[in-house]
Structure formats: C-alpha cells, structure tokens
Design a protein around this ligand. Structure first.
Ligand code: GDG
Length: 500
C-alpha cells in the first residue's frame, strides 16, 4: 500500500535474527541513538515506510524479499530493502561517504581522500534509493531523506515524483563554502538539495553555512533571517549564531531551512535510570570503584570525536596533579566502526597506544587509570555509568550534535555530575551551562578538566539543573513535533507531540 511518509535512511530499522532456520525481524538491540527516534514516527503516521540497503551477494536471487512488512513495538511498517553488492556498499558508503564527504563535513581537509571515489557508483546507489522511495510514496506523500550519503536522492526523486514533498535532514555539521567546495561534485550536490522542500540542520550555524555554499554556486537572491531563540545561543560555544536564515528561493522554487536540534528520549532514559536493574548496577559499580573518581567518555572510534586528544589531556592531568594519581580513572568507551571500514583502524591503534602508555606510567598491579573499552556496552549499563561518573568528558573536535552528553544529563536523576563539553559539538549551542572546552587547545582542555574536578557541589547542582531543563525541553518529542510540521504542515492528523 502506498505510504504517506517514507523515511529514507541507509540502515535497516531492525535486526535480523535466525530462529530455527527462519529469519525473524526484531527491533534494534540498541534502544538509543537515532534509529529508534525515527521509528517513533511510525506509531503516528498511517502506512509509513522505510527504505534502507541490504547487502546481498546475488541481487538477482529470486528468494530475496525486497519489500517486507514489519510489526514491532513501534507499530506496523513497510521496509523496502535495496539489494546492494558488497562492492557497491564499499564504494558508496565506506569510500565516497566516509573518506571523501565525512572529513569535509567535519572540517578535516587533510583527511579528504578523493582518489578511490567512484562517483558513478555513488550516483547509481542514490538513484536506486530514489526509485525505491518513489515506488513506496503515495500521491503527495512526504519523503524524509537522511544524511550526506544520500545527498543525490532529492534531485533524482524530484524528477521521478514531482508531486511528493521532500525533506532532507543533516545529522552532521554543514561546513562553510571554502570547505564544502573542496568536493568536485559540489554543484550536483547543491542542486539536489535545492530540489527539496525542506533542508534540515541541527543548529543555526549549519543552515548559515549551507546558504553560503549555495550562494557561492547559484544565484539565490536575498535570504531572510530571523533572530535565534535565546536558549539556542550559548555565549561559550564557538558555533553559536545570533540570526538564522529561514528560506532560499532558487528558480521559482522555495526551500525552507529547518533548524531543529535532535534531542534524546528523556522519559525513556529517566525510566531506565529509575529502574531497579540500573540502580543495582550503579550500586555495584560504586562498590567496585570505591573512592575513585570517574571521568567518563563515550563515542564512536572516529578522528572527529577527539579521543586521542582527550587521552593526552588525561595524561597531562596525571603529570600535573600527583594528588589525583590513584584517585581518578578515565573510562573511555570507544565503539569501533562497522566491519570493513579500515579508515578508522589507525585511530584505534593510537587510542590503545596512549591508553597503554598512561597505564604503564601511572598504573599499578591493582589500579589502571584508563579503562579503554573498544566494544559497545549495553545501554542499561551505559545509563548506570552515566549515574556513577563524576564527570562526563565529551570533547569532539567536530560533531553535528552529540547525543551522549544529553543522555548523561537526562540520566542524572540525583542532580549532580559535571559535563565537560566541546565548544565544537552542536549540543554546546543549547548546553551553555556545561563546562565548555576548546579541544584544539591543551591549555583550555586542562583548565576545563581541573575546573570540573574541583567544582564545588553547589555549582555542580546549579549547572546540572540548567542542563536538565534544556535537555528536557528539546527532547525527541519536541524534535518530532517540529519535524512533522516541516514534513507535512497540517497533515498526518493526530497529536504530533506524541510522535516520539
Ligand atoms: C550522528 C552525528 C548526531 C555510543 N556508545 C555506545 C552507545 N552509543 C550511542 C550513544 C548515542 C549514540 O550511540 C551516539 O550518538 P552521537 O550523537 O553521540 O554520535 P554519532 O553516532 O556520530 O551520530 C551526531 C547524531 O548523528 C544524531 O543526529 O548527534 O553529531 O555524528 O545514543 O548512547 N550505545 C550503546 N553502547 C555503547 O557502547 N548501547
């Protein structure tokens, strides 16, 4: 049945489990992150569909079921699975998206790798995503495309289906023109985005950067701007702007710019934090660590996340402050990328090398200052650690938003704990009550971590109260409400506030 809302996201919204020789589809193991947030839209929109890829050795295999019906805790929905070969996945995702686009989006020109890019394959895969979305969408439906690896989908879809409303959301930063224009395919990408009805970003700065990129390539005339809400303009963040562009007109077509920072599911995290299981786990962790103070860092293993700089800052902390040796530990959870992404291997090695050196220099038979966890930890366990950690140390060099810092705040039901947050995470624009740090400056990192560790309880609590108010205000429900308005103003029926 044609769908009113088609979500186009490269990952499948479930996990396949083999039970007695039969494949069963189950909700993703990890209840956090962006997939459950997107899936929450299914409960509120009739006939929703999802388009993702499925790696298939033989794409002509008649047994391959392309469209499947799923029913899980999020409701009933259709999943259209694009069969891609391993070579297509490697070329479109691991190479073009991760080696060429990702570094440019995050401002790392030196990591940009153009040579292995096979642009025709990228186009072919994007065309296939657009075709799948076109065949799922009902007349006048909304199609919601996610992230840079599907940048060309809107342009193709517009050719196939002029009737649909197309919205594109960027989960990453959007870079300024002198960075974006490094991409030789810049004109094609911008033209595709200009075929959208809505182009969405986390924060005002990314929308402004997008406008500067469009202006550098196309004639768009004047662009209206409005003042940014006060609570989206933290003075301490390097990414804060005072005004934000609202729309672009190009060739008689209006593109609305949506600025909607993604939040976390505060109610869900609070319920986990209040559960007996998490409480018991947190108590066990406290018992195990005794009087040790815990600094917690969580993120994917990626050069943008600043893991190595953080470990080096921790090493300097132990060098500078002998009083903290044997007293403070860093729990560094760094989850490696999916299989086959060799581009992240050197970072993993670097993290292991620095962590090993710190433990060698400052550890003993019974005490290791750094616990480097190179695998995913179950989310309940993570929430228990959020409750136990004295400091959440989240200092990416660049990050579209960063959900981990918001999860930490949402989990602090005791109202205590300190968040040290990079000025270059999108979240810093809202979370000005955190200890904001510039990860490019050793001095600033040292100052921030000293300040966090030495902060009096009253100040910790006052800051945490402000942080919690902010995270609660812009949670997944808030984001969903904004998204539904942008996706289809006045349509879909129901109460959008219940969508997440
Ligand atoms: C992209 C953008 C933007 C991490 N370790 C474990 C684990 N996680 C979960 C966290 C969180 C999610 O993964 C990571 O979200 P982030 O937002 O921090 O980062 P990206 O994956 O880079 O996401 C980012 C986001 O899209 C949304 O738009 O904020 O800027 O780069 O939910 O909790 N979860 C579990 N175990 C782990 O060890 N279960």
């Amino acid at each position: 049945m044609p769908s009113e809302l088609v979500i186009v996201y490269h990952r499948q919204p479930y996990e396949e489990v083999e039970v007695d020789g039969k494949i069963e589809y189950r909700a993703n193991k990890s209840p956090n992150g962006i997939v459950p947030t997107l899936k929450s839209f299914f409960g509120k929109v009739e006939n929703a569909a999802w388009v993702a890829w499925k790696e298939a050795e033989d794409t002509t295999n008649p047994g391959f079921e392309r469209v499947i019906q799923i029913e899980d805790s999020f409701g009933k929905y259709t999943v259209s699975r694009l069969p891609l070969t391993a070579a297509q996945v490697k070329s479109f995702y691991h190479v073009t998206s991760k080696e060429a686009f990702w570094p440019i989006l995050h401002g790392f020109k030196e990591k940009y790798n153009y040579d292995p890019v096979d642009w025709p394959t990228f186009k072919e895969v994007n065309w296939a995503f657009a075709e799948a979305a076109a065949s799922e969408a009902a007349e006048g439906a909304s199609v919601w495309v996610h992230d840079y690896n599907l940048w060309l989908v809107p342009g193709y879809l517009r050719q196939m289906r002029p009737d649909v409303r197309i919205s594109f959301y960027h989960h990453t930063p959007f870079p300024p023109a002198d960075m974006f224009n490094v991409l030789p395919w810049r004109g094609e990408i911008i033209d595709s985005l200009l075929a959208c009805d809505v182009v969405g970003f986390h924060i005002p700065r990314y929308a402004s950067n997008f406008v500067s990129c469009v202006r550098s390539l196309r004639d768009v005339g004047s662009v209206p701007r409005i003042k940014v809400e006060d609570d989206m303009m933290s003075e301490g963040s390097a990414l804060s702007d005072r005004t934000v562009p609202t729309e672009i007109h190009c060739d008689d077509h209006k593109v609305q710019l949506g600025v909607t920072p993604v939040g976390v599911d505060v109610d869900y995290i609070k319920s986990l934090a209040a559960s007996e299981e998490t409480d018991k786990m947190a108590d066990r962790f406290r018992e195990e660590i005794g009087h040790t103070r815990v600094l917690l860092s969580v993120g994917r293993t990626d050069y943008t996340k600043g893991g190595a700089d953080q470990l080096l800052a921790f090493e300097r902390l132990l060098e500078r402050r002998p009083d903290l040796r044997g007293v403070v530990r860093l729990l560094h959870v760094s989850v490696p990328a999916t299989r086959g992404m060799t581009v992240y291997e050197p970072i993993q090695k670097e993290l292991e090398e620095i962590a090993g050196r710190i433990n060698g220099r400052f550890g003993s038979f019974t005490f290791q200052p750094v616990a480097l966890i190179s695998r995913a930890v179950p989310f309940t366990e993570l929430v228990a650690w959020y409750q136990v950690a004295d400091v959440a140390w989240i200092t990416p060099l660049a990050d579209g938003m960063n959900l981990v810092c918001k999860e930490y705040v949402a989990a602090r039901k005791d109202g205590d704990g300190v968040l040290v947050l990079s000025e270059f995470a999108g979240a810093a624009v809202e979370l000005g009550a955190a200890v904001l740090a510039n990860p490019f400056s050793s001095r600033a990192m040292d100052f921030a971590i000293d300040m966090a560790l030495d902060m009096p309880e009253a100040e910790r609590r006052a800051r945490m109260e402000l942080l919690r108010a902010s995270v609660e205000k812009r949670d997944t429900r808030h984001w969903a409400k904004d998204q539904l308005t942008l996706l289809s103003p006045g349509d879909f029926g129901g109460d959008a506030s219940e969508a997440a």
